[in-house]
Design a protein around this ligand. Structure first.
Ligand code: HEC
Length: 135
């Protein structure tokens, strides 16, 4: 292979690698920004929210990005939840209403397929921080 061709190939694949790295960094920055905004709005911690979601077993009924075992289909998928306008078609999707929904879905929507799970305020804020970082 001529040296100039080798040089062109190195440039080409080096460029590809740099582009892939830049895309990865941009994605990571976007996720970090959403998480920081969600945590500031809720006073919760998204990492603790992820742990609480596993502990309460939300994944038995919901598909939730970033929670590998969460693949249920009883309730709606929570993918991109931060971008939704409403919660269960009834409440505006904001931190206070999401905490309310998580704590007492049966009071908000009697007979809903989502059970009350005895979630306390702190866990509800952590879970809300996690869900509102899903964009
Ligand atoms: C037994 C199944 C079940 C479990 C467990 C469950 N959910 Fe749900 N969830 C549902 C169903 C069904 C709905 C749809 C409610 C409706 O619209 O009446 C729902 C709705 C929701 C919504 C609103 C979705 C939307 O598109 O508006 C959120 C957010 C949510 N659940 C989060 C959670 C979280 C977080 C947990 C764990 C703490 C959890 N759910 C546990 C069944 C469940």
């Amino acid at each position: 292979m001529p040296a100039s061709l080798r040089f062109a190939l190195v440039l080409f694949f080096g460029g590809l690698a740099a582009a892939a790295l830049a895309l990865g960094v941009a994605q990571w920055q976007r996720e970090t920004r959403s998480r920081i905004v969600a945590e500031a709005a809720t006073g919760g911690d998204a990492g603790s929210g992820s742990t609480a979601i596993r502990r309460y077993g939300c994944g038995a009924c919901h598909e939730i990005p970033g929670i590998p075992s969460a693949s249920g289909h009883v309730g709606p998928s929570l993918e991109g939840f931060a971008g939704r306008a409403e919660i269960a078609g009834l409440l505006a999707n904001n931190p206070a209403e999401l905490v309310h929904w998580l704590r007492e879905p049966q009071a908000v929507k009697p007979g809903s397929g989502m059970p009350n799970q005895g979630i306390d305020e702190t866990d509800a804020r952590h879970i809300t921080a996690y869900l509102l970082s899903l964009d």
